[in-house]
Design a protein around this ligand. Structure first.
Ligand SMILES: Nc1ncnc2c1ncn2[C@@H]1O[C@H](COP(=O)(O)OP(=O)(O)O)[C@@H](O)[C@H]1O
Ligand SMILES: [Mg+2]
Length: 256
């Protein structure tokens, strides 16, 4: 059943996720509106990556409900979480982009092929169309001269910009970033954060797990602070960073 509210791109309700005896997500709910940028912050081990992995079908939740772009990925009926069929899951997967900390480019593919592969094979674009989209995106990422290079010949910052171009290529409704700059030195971090900032200005819907507090404060609309598998506090970005309410949030932010 499609969800009626077209303004909500991601709707997560009370999701729980355990790995064996370890409960990593203890009832997380969050909504992301179209055009909104949400930063997820919090200490290591708090469940941020698991939340992103569950929202992007890389992990299955045990309980709760996830709706992406109006399509129900999973819902809980009689205490059991039921996932949609494979066909819908594939459609849902084509609605979001994902950018990882370690870029995750295919090392044996050129930059162009990294970007066009899914366009041609999943989205059934012609090679010419895919190349055109690729060129536009590489221009935007200031990497147009790198189309024929291989990932190993690029800096980490360039690789991450290719990975952002790849995520954008399929025209997703939402992009998830998991610590996109954690593997980069400060100079390369700047270039990647600028690209994400430009996307925010263009009203791309994004969820960004980050330790870059000033970036989160200035670029995100909203910040969610997660610790111990729960959302401890959330609010407008500037407000949360400058005036946190919860002791745990204050203690965490004091470390920055
Ligand atoms: N595949 C897995 N198997 C077992 N434990 C996992 C797995 N993935 C994550 N965890 C555990 O879940 C907890 C939360 O991890 P994670 O979501 O990566 O946190 P964060 O991204 O906030 O650092 C950690 O204790 C981690 O060891
Ligand atoms: Mg993580």
């Amino acid at each position: 059943m499609p969800d009626a509210n077209n303004d909500i791109v991601l709707d997560i309700k009370a999701i729980h996720k355990s790995f064996d005896d370890l409960e990593v997500l203890k009832g997380i709910s969050m909504q992301v509106n179209r055009g909104e940028v949400v930063a997820v912050i919090g200490p290591s081990g708090g469940g941020k990556s698991t939340l992103l992995r569950c929202a992007t079908t890389l992990e299955k939740v045990d309980l709760g409900k996830i709706v992406i772009g109006g399509d129900v990925l999973c819902d809980t009926v009689d205490g059991r979480c039921v996932y949609c069929d494979k066909k819908l899951e594939k459609e849902i997967r084509s609605k979001f982009g994902l950018v990882f900390q370690n870029f995750n480019l295919f090392p044996h593919f050129s930059v162009r092929r990294n970007i066009t592969e899914a366009l041609i094979h999943v989205h059934k674009k012609s090679k010419d169309e895919a190349d055109k989209i690729c060129k536009e995106l590489l221009t935007k990422m200031e990497l147009v001269e790198k189309a024929d290079a291989y990932p190993c010949n690029l800096s980490g910052g360039q690789q991450q910009r290719v990975s952002i171009a790849r995520a954008l290529a399929t025209n997703p409704e939402i992009i998830f970033f998991d610590e996109p700059t954690s593997a980069l030195d400060p100079e390369l971090t700047k270039g990647v954060l600028k690209v994400i900032k430009d996307l925010a200005r263009e009203k791309m819907t994004m969820v960004i797990v980050t330790h870059e507090m000033s970036f989160a404060r200035d670029v995100a609309d909203r910040i969610v602070f997660m610790d111990g598998g729960v959302i401890v506090e959330e609010g407008p970005a500037y407000e949360l960073v400058t005036n946190p309410k919860q002791e745990r949030t204050k203690a965490f932010l004091a470390g920055y």
